[in-house]
Write a protein that binds this ligand. Structure first.
Ligand code: PLP
Length: 395
């Protein structure tokens, strides 16, 4: 049996139509398949590889840490320097109130932990979330996901979760003294990149303050420079009570985190003790990789170049079939007439050596989120490939 047959037979499938290319190497912005064909990763493994693939400093950090130790004991018992030093680096680059990190294995687990923390801190259960928001696929995270089509087959889900339209002022009245938390993406990803109105998100922050409601921002996709600042919330002059991180957090290794104030976080240590536990959360190799990746990101000029590169995309992606675009940083969605046309264009792009995809809640939008290390010239070249792929798909 070849690898493709093994993949289809023994790997649990997530859709009837996987991309199904066997990749054998990844380097910088490029992926290489088993036949030696080179692709440009224009979605960064879904915003994981913001500094590109296989950065030598990340590889070295992984190798060095693996040689020292890997798993020792469940999370939170021994002092493990990859965790402590990474938590210090992260909190050094966050507002003072976000000073305590709970590392998890994934973004969804960060969502779960944050919702539990909000219930524990407030003693309330009502949760407010948003239509077309995505926070993970576990049952708690699914409960706050904002799309009935994806949720419905898995009911019953968490009770007392209320969804509102993103950027709709209706939500403000709903935030009350029974509410434990409001959870939202600082910039919605899977709706096809929707940024919040600044006054709207600030009004939510204020209403949360007025009612002692925890304000949770999910930057699992938006964080680590994707939007042109290290954290997207910086551009809206707000600070969350709990910040969710994942994806690029691990520099290519599995890692998530919910970050809050230490006083708040300490509520998970008593009544009951071990209020949130994980065996592998904050794995030392993942933390070492994530710290190395964040250092690379901070040392380079990548974040300050994001807005200029966003303009390159906007200027070069002009075609009658592109009905509209939305972008926020090096993060863009292109709208086409139908889901079918979008799939056909994506298929042509991949054939032409450019990896892209659609959005979970916007099947007629194509995703662009290249590694932040991509050069201006490479971006212009990729825009040409996209235009050519649209022409081919329309033929
Ligand atoms: N939140 C957002 C905004 C995401 O985009 C994702 C993953 O796509 C998650 C949460 C869940 O992260 P994970 O897939 O690591 O569980």
């Amino acid at each position: 049996m070849n690898n493709r047959q093994l993949f289809l037979q023994h790997i649990a499938q997530t859709s009837p139509a996987p991309i199904g290319i066997e990749m054998v190497k990844a380097q910088g912005i490029h992926l290489f398949d088993a036949a030696g064909k080179k692709y440009v990763d224009m979605i960064s493994g879904f915003s994981v590889c913001n500094i590109g693939h296989s950065h030598p400093k990340v590889i070295k950090a992984v190798q060095d840490q693996a040689a020292e130790y890997m798993h020792l004991i469940v999370y939170g018992e021994f002092i493990e320097s990859p965790q402590t030093t990474y938590a210090k680096l992260l909190t050094d680059h966050l507002p003072a109130s976000l000073n305590c990190v709970y590392f998890t294995n994934s973004g969804a687990e960060a969502t779960e932990g944050a919702m539990k923390l909000a219930k524990r801190v407030t003693g309330r259960s009502k949760i407010i979330a948003f239509n077309k928001g995505y926070h993970g696929s576990t049952q708690g995270a699914l409960s706050v996901m904002g799309d009935e089509y994806w949720r419905n087959a898995f009911r019953p889900l968490l009770p007392d979760v209320h969804h509102y339209d993103y950027n709709s002022w209706d939500v403000i009245d709903a935030i009350d003294a029974q509410t434990a938390c409001v959870i939202l993406e600082t910039v919605q990803a899977e709706s096809g990149i929707i940024a919040p109105d600044k006054t709207w998100i600030q009004a939510i922050r204020k209403k949360c303050d007025d009612n002692c409601v925890l304000f949770i921002l999910d930057e699992i996709q938006a964080g680590f420079g994707r939007t042109g600042s290290l954290w997207a919330f910086e551009q809206f002059d707000i600070v969350p009570d709990i910040l969710l991180l994942g994806k690029a957090l691990g520099g290519g290794m599995p890692l998530g985190a919910f970050i809050a104030n230490q006083k708040m976080m300490n509520t998970l240590t008593y009544d009951p003790v071990l209020g949130h536990i994980t065996t592998f959360g904050g794995h030392p190799v993942s933390c070492a990789a994530g710290k190395a990746a964040l250092e690379v990101l901070l040392e380079g000029k990548f974040i300050e170049e994001v807005k200029r590169k966003e303009k390159i995309l906007q200027q070069n992606l002009v075609h009658p079939a592109i009905l509209s675009y939305r972008s926020f940083g090096l993060w863009m969605s292109l709208q086409f007439a139908t889901d079918e046309l979008t799939r056909a264009i994506i298929h042509r792009c991949i054939n032409n050596g450019l990896i892209t995809d659609w959005f979970l809640f916007a099947g007629n939008r194509m995703r662009i989120a290249p590694p932040l290390i991509i050069t201006d010239e490479q971006l212009i070249e990729m825009c040409k490939v996209i235009i050519q792929s649209i022409d081919e798909a329309e033929r």
